[in-house]
Design a protein around this ligand. Structure first.
Ligand SMILES: Cc1ncc(COP(=O)(O)O)c(C=O)c1O
Length: 364
């Protein structure tokens, strides 16, 4: 028998889903509740207020959706765009590829800006596309803040600056699935129109909640966007927000209590300290990779990710074998290389609720 759970704890170091801290596990260990009681709307109201802080927004409207990152993408796109709309989207790894595939399947006209896997989004091409687009046919710029497949972080402030340089009104849609709550994210300052994340990443919750935040401009766009949407329609949420009952359908009570506990932990530590901790762990990982004589898949320092490192193995080694052996010998879960980099890289996740001792003793 090749695969079994060996002795000791499973050391979970994939870049999501991540380890769930004990206070969050305890907070979720509870019975179901009637979401129409006065208690759940009251809790939801404070959650919606508090969740804005992880996006650094005061004007955004958040939606806590029973879904995953993929559903959060769909919510962002279908609420703001109409079939045939032109988007610019950067292909730099497996997750940006999947988002582009979703955009195409939803009927948008996607300008794909491709870079080598290991590089960041090519923003020079974005600038030239916006410069040419005086008729404003580009309706949205879609970008993955942190490409989890390659460990590449894109510079969102630069994207905003380019949009501003050309006074371009395109919506700015950002996948923050492996960045938000780990890397600094400034929705209002960067003029992000829709930002989104998934509960199982840096929030360190179970999978199952997509957290989407829409700017006033995105909410305005949703009033005329013609994409078909039912489950993800923001209008239904807004209706129940106005009624003060908050939920168009049954929420997971356990996840709501978990989110409360996860936010409390983040705020107690202080978001800036959370970012610093991730920066330290990211740097430690890169130093270790160097010491091992291996290379980082990320080609330039400006793109280094503080949440995930994709480690390139020598060509005579199959990186999947390293992941397999880690699992078998040490009960260690590392991330596989995906798609183009399958067999070539393995990934170390260093995001979420973890500290130096946990990380260094179990991984480095
Ligand atoms: C950057 C990024 N976006 C989107 C997704 C898709 O999220 P989910 O698997 O929760 O649907 C992932 C998953 O790992 C991701 O890393």
């Amino acid at each position: 028998m090749d695969y079994f759970y060996g002795p000791g704890r499973n050391h979970l170091f994939v870049p999501g889903p991540v380890n769930i801290p004990e206070p969050v596990i305890r907070a979720m260990n509870r019975n179901n509740e009637d979401y129409r009681s006065p208690a759940v709307p009251a809790m939801t109201k404070t959650l919606l207020e508090d969740v804005k802080k992880i996006f650094k927004t005061t004007s955004g409207i958040p939606f806590l959706i029973p879904t995953t990152g993929t559903g959060a993408w769909e919510s962002a796109l279908t609420n703001t765009l109409s079939p045939g709309d032109r988007t610019v989207s950067f292909l730099i790894g497996q997750f940006s590829l999947l988002w582009i595939d979703q955009q195409q399947r939803l009927g948008f006209n996607v300008d794909v800006v491709e870079s080598d896997w290991g590089q960041g989004a090519n923003l020079d091409i974005l600038a030239s596309k916006l410069a040419e687009d005086t008729a404003h046919t580009i309706k949205a710029v879609c970008i993955v803040h942190n490409e989890t497949a390659t460990g590449v972080t894109n510079n969102l402030a630069k994207v905003r600056k380019i949009l501003d340089d050309y006074s371009h009104p395109a919506l700015f849609l950002v996948d923050g699935v492996s960045s938000i709550c780990a890397l600094d994210f400034r929705m209002d300052e960067w003029g992000v129109d829709v930002a989104l994340t998934g509960s199982q990443k840096a929030l360190s919750l179970p999978t199952g909640m997509g957290i989407v935040c829409a700017s006033p401009k995105a909410i305005e766009a949703s009033k005329t966007a013609k994409s078909v949407r039912v489950f993800f329609d923001w209008k239904d949420y807004l209706k129940f927000y106005n009624l003060g009952t908050f939920w168009p359908y049954t929420p997971s009570i356990q996840l709501l209590y978990g989110l409360r506990a996860a936010l409390d932990l983040l705020f107690a530590e202080g978001l800036e300290n959370v970012f610093e901790r991730h920066a330290r762990l990211g740097k430690a990982t890169r130093l270790a990779v160097e010491a091992w004589g291996l290379k980082n898949c990320t080609q330039k320092e400006e793109w280094f990710s503080d949440t995930v490192t994709a480690v390139v193995v020598p060509p005579y080694i199959d990186s999947a074998e390293i992941v397999r052996r880690g699992w078998k010998r040490y009960n260690l879960s590392l991330g596989l290389g995906l798609n183009k980099v399958a067999g070539k890289v393995f990934r170390i996740g260093h995001l979420g609720n973890l500290n130096e001792v946990t990380f260094i003793s179990q991984i480095l």
